[in-house]
Design a protein around this ligand. Structure first.
Ligand SMILES: Nc1ncnc2c1ncn2[C@@H]1O[C@H](COP(=O)(O)OP(=O)(O)OP(=O)(O)O)[C@@H](O)[C@H]1O
Ligand SMILES: C=C(C)CCOP(=O)(O)O
Length: 269
């Protein structure tokens, strides 16, 4: 079973401080991944990370996700990619120091999008990395788009494409700053431990909102929407939304514990 693991921008950056990476947190997360892999050597992980206060700030300024046409917007496209790639370099440097066999995979260089959706992507390098015991690392990025000129695909958008293409039972782990899904966001007094999503979006709830910070990819509402589709179509078994902020949560999630909110379908139970 493949594990798609996202380290959210809300976790690895200070989302309200431009270009601020949380290096100590990234290091701890790297060590937790390493510990889990030592305990479970058969873990196959496709890692992805968000852009947080790196890519989202210029992406918001230039409205890059909606399309790229003018010269100014193409400069913005380049700036957003530069930010996303800079954060990726920080993550790669730290994970390399942690001894993780990570290999970066640049979405911009390989993905073709059509109207905001990944349409073509040669995933041979990702499969080859997995087969050789490595961890391919993707990240939310700008990509060229045959309708919009350019756009932005989130880490979750990339996972949607990869999970459908790989056609192997998998699970998604989304590590962010929040403990999971709050039923009363933003008051945060009632945490949901399990959410059955077979009737989604009929059962769509008011509490699914965007991020409180600058974010162009839809925040929690979009995460749940994309994950619900994958589960309903039997592309993944489940998705876990949890906090990577609490030490050992990531390690425990990789080792099958449920430290947050599990999205699942009754068909599986
Ligand atoms: N019901 C809810 N429960 C928990 N968080 C929620 C809820 N509704 C909205 N949110 C917000 O959505 C955010 C998660 O979306 P966000 O896109 O910021 O996460 P991320 O994937 O970590 O970031 P990035 O997109 O930078 O990678 C939470 O941090 C919170 O601010
Ligand atoms: C804003 C950019 C560049 C990517 C967004 O990806 P996400 O942080 O995974 O939502």
């Amino acid at each position: 079973m493949i594990t798609f693991l996202k380290l959210g921008g809300s976790l690895i950056t200070e989302k309200d401080k431009a270009r601020h990476a949380r290096q100590a947190t990234i290091r701890r997360l790297g060590m937790e991944i390493r510990e889990a892999m030592e305990e479970r050597p058969d873990l196959q992980i496709i890692l992805g990370h968000g852009s947080g206060s790196f890519g989202h700030i210029p992406a918001h300024k230039f409205k890059t996700r909606d399309g790229v046409f003018s010269q100014d917007e193409w400069l913005g496209f380049a700036e957003v990619h530069h930010e996303a790639q800079s954060l990726n370099q920080i993550v790669m440097d730290i994970f390399f120091e942690c001894g993780l066999p990570c290999i970066p995979i640049s979405p911009l260089s390989a993905v073709e999008a059509k109207n905001g959706i990944a349409e073509k992507w040669d995933i041979f390098p990702i499969i080859a990395a997995l087969k050789n015991g490595m961890i391919p690392v993707v990240y939310g990025d700008t990509v060229f788009d045959i309708i919009r000129g350019g756009t932005i695909l989130s880490t979750e958008d990339l996972f949607v494409f990869l999970a459908a293409k790989i056609k192997q039972s998998g699970r998604v782990l989304l590590a962010g700053w929040e403990e999971g899904l709050w039923e009363d966001f933003p008051d945060r007094t009632k945490l949901i431990s399990k959410l059955e999503i077979s009737n989604y979006p009929d059962q769509k709830k008011e509490f699914l909102k965007g991020s409180l910070f600058t974010d162009v990819t839809g925040g929690m509402a979009e995460k749940v929407h994309l994950m619900a589709n994958l589960i309903q179509n039997d592309i993944i078994r489940s998705a876990l939304i949890f906090s990577g902020e609490k030490p050992l949560n990531l390690r425990n999630a990789l080792l099958d514990q449920i430290p947050g909110t599990l999205l699942y379908s009754n068909k599986e139970e």
